[in-house]
Design a protein. Structure first.
Length: 208
């Protein structure tokens, strides 16, 4: 990415109230390497660029309690605005061979998100609804992984799907109790932990 293009993205992110580090969310990476960065353990986030990986790794090391402290300083409308901005960027940066192929996979993501929202909308307790959404996201992730996509495309699409579904489920601004309940669920049921980690990282990103 050229310096000019990067600066435009940084300004766009600042205008939306997002950390400019998110401007590194690009499949192909920057034209100038940023140097050796630690590997992200979450398989759904490992396809991001080195700068974004570093941001994710640092955020993942925070305690959920830290997220709770930040929730008090970020209102729900701001969080949703940030989520929509980040989703627009994530969709824009999906890497596919053609525009038609990219649109096809975005449509699939939208249909999966709509399905999850519909199937979980009647769960009244927020923490239980968040866990139900995570379970459904894990099933959708398996469908995405079964497609003939590159590893990088799969990781990008799963991240975008999780973000979109949380936003449309009105869970992107979930309260601390619900977040802790979901985090404990991931610790208890290891098969869901990668998706739980993805969801926790999204919460942290939007509340920084």
């Amino acid at each position: 990415m050229s310096n000019t293009a990067f600066q435009r993205q940084v300004e766009d992110m600042k205008a939306a109230g997002l950390n400019p580090m998110l401007a590194y969310l690009k499949a192909g990476g920057a034209s100038t390497p940023i140097g050796a960065m630690p590997q992200v353990q979450n398989p759904y986030l490992a396809g991001a660029t080195s700068g974004f990986q570093t941001s994710q790794t640092q955020l993942a090391n925070k305690q959920v309690g830290k997220v709770g402290a930040e929730i008090e300083n970020v209102d729900a409308d701001t969080i949703k605005k940030r989520a929509e901005t980040l989703l627009t960027l994530a969709n824009k940066e999906l890497s596919f061979a053609s525009a038609d192929e990219k649109r096809q996979h975005i449509n699939l993501m939208e249909s999966q998100s709509k399905k999850i929202v519909e199937e979980t909308k009647n769960i009244s307790i927020e923490g239980e609804r968040l866990i139900a959404v995570i379970k459904q996201l894990e099933s959708s992730a398996k469908l995405i992984e079964a497609q003939t996509l590159t590893e990088e495309q799969r990781k990008q699409q799963i991240f975008a799907l999780a973000l979109k579904t949380l936003n449309e489920s009105d869970l992107v601004a979930a309260d601390l109790k619900a977040i802790k309940q979901a985090d404990n669920f991931g610790k208890e049921f290891g098969q869901y932990k990668p998706m739980v980690d993805t969801v926790m990282n999204i919460f942290r990103l939007l509340r920084r």
